[in-house]
Design a binder for this molecule. Sequence first.
Ligand SMILES: [Fe+2]
Ligand SMILES: [Fe+2]
Length: 198
Amino acid sequence: MATPVARVRWLAAPSGPQWLEQALAHPLELLIDHAHCERKAAGAALQLMFRYPSDEALAEALSPLAREELEHFERVLALLGRRGQALCPLAAPPYGAALAKLVRRQEPGRMLDSFLVAGLIEARSHERMALLAAHSPDPELQELYGDLLASEARHFGLYWVLCERRWPRPVVSERLEQLAAEEAQLLARLHPQPRMHS
Ligand SMILES: [Fe+2]
Ligand SMILES: [Fe+2]
């Protein structure tokens, strides 16, 4: 699965240096946000399983993904606990909501866009975890992000495969290009905060 996927370019633009600066300056706040992101990633996969309850191929792909995201959530939660940090609520940046608005309302566009938006979020997480693994001065955080980023790469690959099994590649690529451009423009407009997606 990983081979064809590795050639797909998901992100239209890399994260800016201001984001990394914020993230490294507030590692605990970022971890709290990260825990919430893992929980939401599991929720997004489950939501698709509820929306398309009879789609076995979708369930076969997304049920393990949801479980894995919950394992990530538990791992981040345990790390927060060891550091004496509660999983307090944090205002989420408008990233997820803005991307959700790009999903077309009518099928089959709705399904394609939902897969691609989920994949884009995974791809951005992967990119940022790689930056954190490389630049965090904290060995425990380097290890955490280094371990998790491989899963996130697998996850966007999985969403790509779900698309490619249902639509011709040019249709998927063209829509991905549009959504990726929107995602990059959105991040450029957001104020950099210590959040995974700001
Ligand atoms: Fe994850
Ligand atoms: Fe993921």
